[in-house]
Design a protein around this ligand. Structure first.
Ligand SMILES: NC(=O)c1ccc[n+]([C@@H]2O[C@H](COP(=O)([O-])OP(=O)(O)OC[C@H]3O[C@@H](n4cnc5c(N)ncnc54)[C@H](O)[C@@H]3O)[C@@H](O)[C@H]2O)c1
Length: 371
């Protein structure tokens, strides 16, 4: 195999980064991983088994550190900026410090040193849309709702309303629509995107933005809160405790398999058409959360009941991405949600996570905490 270029993956020890790294190694690229091995994603600050004994160059360091990024960028032709601080947490400033500062440093160093980086691919998120666009059934008038008021949640009224009070219809997220992130994570990703496109254009550093939907598959740390519904439902099912679903379970989500995400990541690498473009990378179908919980239950053979209760203030009611733009490049999701659950459960059992999480869950459930 001819010697190929060097690719830097920030966050390459994580879920999406490591699968992308493995695919790049398989294609003959040299791959450097820069990762700080953040807890609780990684236990004990150790490199995970799946990146060890492969031809990776492993750099343990923080993406917020200029010298570390300078060192990591030596000899690099392509960058996947995948490391991030994620989820819904109260330390707002850390999202900007991690996700925005690191992105600015990348462009700053590449521009100042005139490094021959051919492309930066930024890992973004569906979260950036917030609740997205809705329309009213009678008037067809479209609008972008604010986060649902707390009072409405308390009344267990979950729907998004038209100005005159009737239930509004959701429109799947399109890349060029208005962005209304509901939390610091989404806001920081919005800033990262703006910065990447602007600085990339100004300093001729081709940049592609991939807005992933909820990604699923093995290596998604069960200790990471961001791993979402699959982590919660699978660990509850395997621990034999109730499966807990927020709101009324009728809220919709869009899940995409990690193998499809890796294909999208690789597609962006050398395709000039993707320069300075944004793409949704989603599963192409809407799942009601309750249906998803039932599917996890079926696949794991769990006997646990499904408990519908609680809510999170910044959760959106619907989260479905329109993937027609990336489909025009020939990409489409090939793996089903069943495939994702099965491969996640297999890995979860192989790694014996149930034992490690069991006690924690039981304790938290007793306290009425789901995350
Ligand atoms: N997993 C999803 O469902 C999903 C959905 C949408 C977007 N994304 C985006 O994809 C990217 C990867 O997500 P993931 O699920 O693979 O997450 P992950 O937690 O598995 O991986 C993130 C990696 O980044 C590393 N990291 C975090 N902070 C760092 C720092 N300051 N310095 C160096 N390394 C640091 C962590 O140690 C970890 O290995 C993120 O940018 C995320 O916002 C993920």
């Amino acid at each position: 195999m001819a010697k190929k270029a060097t690719v830097l993956i920030t966050g390459g020890a994580g879920f999406i980064g490591s699968h992308t790294g493995d695919a790049l190694l398989g294609k003959g690229y040299k791959v450097k991983i820069l990762d700080s091995l953040e807890p609780p994603i990684h236990q004990n600050h150790r490199w995970p088994k799946y990146v060890q004994n492969k031809s990776y160059e492993l750099i343990k360091g923080d993406i917020r550190n200029k010298k570390t990024i300078e060192r990591s960028l030596r000899g690099v032709s392509y960058v996947y900026h995948i490391a991030a601080y994620q989820d819904q947490r109260p330390d707002f400033s850390k999202f900007f410090e991690t996700n925005v500062l690191s992105s600015a440093l990348l462009y700053e160093i590449i521009a100042a040193k005139k490094l021959p980086v051919k492309k930066i691919i930024l890992a973004s998120t569906q979260f950036i849309y917030g609740d997205g666009e809705y329309s009213c059934p009678h008037s067809q008038q479209t609008f972008f709702p604010e986060v649902r008021p707390l009072k409405q949640f308390q009344k267990k009224d979950w729907s998004i309303k038209c100005p005159h009070g009737s239930r509004a219809n959701f429109h799947p997220f399109k890349e060029n629509q208005k962005l209304m992130p509901t939390n610091s994570y989404g806001l920081s990703k919005q800033a990262m995107e703006n910065l990447g496109l602007r600085l990339g254009k100004t300093y001729s550093i081709p940049t592609t933005i991939l807005r992933y939907s909820i990604v699923q598959g093995p290596r998604q740390s069960p200790f990471n809160l961001y791993s979402g519904a699959i982590r919660i439902f699978v660990s509850q099912s395997l621990a034999g405790v109730p499966i807990t679903v927020y709101e009324d379970g009728e809220q919709t989500r869009d899940f995409v398999n990690i193998r499809d995400v890796v294909r999208a990541n690789l597609l962006a690498l050398n395709n000039k058409k993707t320069d300075f473009e944004i793409y949704n990378v989603g599963g192409g179908r809407a799942w009601k959360v309750l249906d998803f919980a039932n599917l996890v239950k079926k696949i794991t053979g769990a006997t646990s009941p499904i408990l519908i209760s609680g809510f999170r203030r910044t959760d959106t009611r619907e989260a479905i991405s329109d993937i027609s733009k990336i489909k025009k490049l020939g990409w489409r999701p090939k793996f089903s949600t069943e495939d994702s659950i099965k491969s996640y459960v297999e890995w979860f059992q192989k790694e014996k996570f149930t034992k490690q999480l069991n006690l924690k869950y039981l304790k938290r459930l007793k306290l009425g905490i789901k995350n």
